[in-house]
Write a protein that binds this ligand. Structure first.
Ligand code: ADP
Ligand code: MG
Length: 245
């Protein structure tokens, strides 16, 4: 029996006005899988994962996330977002709230978790990303790497079925990249279902079950990491790998 499907994407296409940004995307993410998506800038990676939590809407095909079909007339968008954590390139923390409050408000305001429980949960996950001592600071007082770990903790506090990462390390100073990748690796080891847009190929090799290569809005290649890096099939993939490795 195959494991539970968390994200199911069938024949999905999307346009921005007249511009087709996604063409006939097919992808299944099962519980506990770690997927890395890479590809050139503008190839549609962000757009695709933003469709998974309905930050963007697709126009053709079907996306089912944690059993919820994301169709044009859906009314339960908040149910989807509850189940899907997202970590962005630019952290997107609430600047006027402490780190602790950043982690508490989602569970309290969206899921109705009592304050004491939300606080305990926030402290657990701040400990989990190894910055419990920063709980009472404001985001601006933290380094980029620490802010990104808060963003990860904040998402985890919602106890999502899947975590999406959109180039989480590409805005960081080089010396802070590894602390965020280490956090992501440790989440993966704990069995979190993850879809990561990243060009950190060391991470992909170490963690990914599958690497997906996107080009011009299409999935051009999908392979296990060793096959993908050591034996890419398409010329376009070889060119891309030549540029980033
Ligand atoms: P990637 O994340 O791979 O760099 P994106 O998904 O951000 O790619 O963008 C894919 C393409 O869609 C790009 O050509 C980009 O300019 C275009 N695009 C992205 N967002 C919008 C938007 N909101 N409106 C119009 N075009 C967009
Ligand atoms: Mg992007």
């Amino acid at each position: 029996m195959s494991a539970e499907t968390i994200i199911d994407v069938k024949n999905v296409s999307k346009w921005y006005g007249a511009f087709q940004v996604l063409t006939d995307i097919n992808l299944t993410v099962r519980k506990g899988e770690r997927i890395v998506i890479c590809g050139p800038s503008g190839s549609g990676k962000s757009t695709l994962i933003r469709c998974f939590n309905r930050l963007e809407a697709h126009q053709e095909g079907e996306i089912v996330v944690n059993g919820i079909n994301l169709h044009p007339k859906m009314r339960n968008v908040s149910d989807v977002r509850r189940n899907v954590g997202m970590v962005f390139q630019h952290f997107n923390l609430f600047p006027h709230m402490t780190v602790l409050m950043n982690c508490m408000v989602g569970p309290m305001w969206i899921n109705g978790v009592p304050e004491a429980e939300a606080r305990a949960r926030a402290l657990t996950f701040l400990d989990r990303v190894r910055i419990p001592e920063q709980a009472h600071k404001f985001p601006i007082q933290l380094s980029g790497g620490q802010q990104q770990r808060v963003a990860i903790a904040r998402s985890l506090c919602m106890q999502p079925a899947v975590m999406l990462f959109d180039e989480p390390t590409s805005a960081l100073d080089p010396e802070m990249v590894s602390e965020v990748l280490d956090t992501m690796t440790s989440l993966a080891k704990d069995g979190m279902t993850m879809v990561c847009v990243t060009h950190e190929m060391g991470f992909a090799r170490a963690v990914a079950d599958r690497v997906i290569f996107m080009n011009s809005g299409q999935i051009l290649e999908e392979a296990r990491p060793d096959d993908f890096f050591d034996n890419p099939k398409h010329e376009r993939t070889k060119l891309f790998l030549g540029q980033i490795l």
